[in-house]
Design a binder for this molecule. Structure first.
Ligand code: SAH
Length: 354
């Protein structure tokens, strides 16, 4: 029988397995602290466990980390990107981002490939393959945490890697549950942001989960255009939803969780950065408790006919857009570009590369 992957099991399953093997249940907590807090991915190195227990665990579970690191790229802005190969040889990427505010942020993927096919994003270019498992999501976090010096831990998580998180929500939430728990990385849920292309049912489901568990994750919605015609052109998925129903679901998220929603807006020169777009965007958001996160377009690795013409606006245009929005009473942030030297910035992660 193949060993079962440790990171896939939930607390009850783990307890049952330990009962079977005659191991006291407190060992599970002890092991989790080794794995998460002490960054030790090998049972053999868990020195306060009896040798016989370490051997038994290795026999039963094999190794804690199940993926293979194919490459590790370091950029000069101190971002690091990992390309991981999963047990079925599919590949995903994840990124560690560091900034001068002492934030150490993990950007993680939730799917192999992506079905959304936003025209400016590399993640969907090779189509959708499958959802990631809980263990695969946790492993990205463990590996990124391990890249940090011994005394440091991840401070933030952004679910902004490959895939649409609301289409793999239950699995994502169970991984986040573990990572935010005291036995995990003990990370505050307020420091976890889930970014969605804008699927109203998914947003509602997340709002309900937050309400039930009290875990108030931050929600970011990829708006990117202030009218349906333009939005459908760059985010094909919009055809099925439309902006209005997305905004309503975001309102419900705020209503149920009290957490202000961020609207991401990737600025594309001449496409969605004109004065009329500022006006339309302001009209949509003026009466909402929201914040707009402007992202100057990052270069697209292999553009198609449409996206081939897409460029980021000049810095001056980006500032102008921000100022005009602010003048309409909307709160605005500009997202600093990170990791673009190693194709690890927003929209540049994809399934298979070296
Ligand atoms: N599937 C999620 C997470 C995607 S990545 C979502 O759609 O929200 C996080 C953000 O980067 C999204 O807002 C996404 O639209 C944006 N993005 C994608 N490609 C980009 C690019 N080339 N330049 C800038 N932002 C991009």
């Amino acid at each position: 029988m193949l060993p079962m992957p440790f990171l896939e099991l939930d607390t009850a399953e783990l307890a049952a397995a330990f009962d079977d093997w005659g191991l006291p249940r407190y060992r599970a907590g002890q092991i989790k602290r080794w794995i998460f807090a002490r960054k030790t991915p090998l049972f053999e190195q868990m020195t306060d466990l009896p040798k016989s227990v370490r051997t038994l665990l290795t026999e039963k579970f094999g190794s804690i980390l199940q993926c293979k690191e194919i490459s590790r790229k370091q950029s000069d802005d101190s971002s690091q990107k990992l390309l991981l190969e999963l047990a079925d040889r599919e590949r995903i990427e994840c990124v560690l981002l560091r900034d001068d505010r002492q934030h150490r942020t993990a950007c993680i993927s939730t799917q192999v490939g992506c079905a959304m096919k936003c025209v400016f994003c590399a993640s969907g270019m090779d189509g959708f393959v499958r959802n990631l498992t809980k263990g695969e999501i946790l492993e990205q976090l463990l590996r990124l945490n391990q890249l940090l010096p011994e005394t440091e831990r991840l401070t933030h998580i952004v679910v902004m890697g490959i895939g649409e998180p609301t289409l793999n929500l239950d699995t994502l939430l169970s991984a986040l549950e573990i990572i935010t728990s005291p036995e995990g990385l003990d990370l505050s849920v307020r420091r976890v942001t889930i970014s969605t292309v804008g699927i109203p049912e998914g947003i509602r489901k997340l709002a309900d989960a937050v309400q039930q568990t009290g875990k108030g994750y931050k929600l970011a919605v990829s708006l990117h255009a202030p009218n349906d015609e333009l939005r459908t052109k760059i985010i094909p998925q919009n055809r099925f939803t439309g902006i209005e129903s997305i905004l309503q679901a975001a309102d419900e998220y705020f209503g149920k969780t009290g957490r202000r929603v961020t609207f991401e807006y990737t600025l594309i020169d001449g496409v969605n950065d004109r004065p009329e777009h500022v006006r339309q965007l302001a009209a949509l958001l003026r009466h909402r408790t929201a914040i707009v996160n402007l992202i100057p377009l990052n270069p697209i690795p292999e553009p198609n006919d449409q996206s081939n013409h897409y460029r980021a606006p000049s810095e001056q245009m980006v500032r102008q857009f921000a100022e005009q929005l602010q003048q309409s009473g909307i709160q605005v942030k500009i997202r600093f570009r990170k990791g673009d030297k190693i194709a690890a910035a927003c929209g540049q992660l994809r399934r298979s590369r070296h």
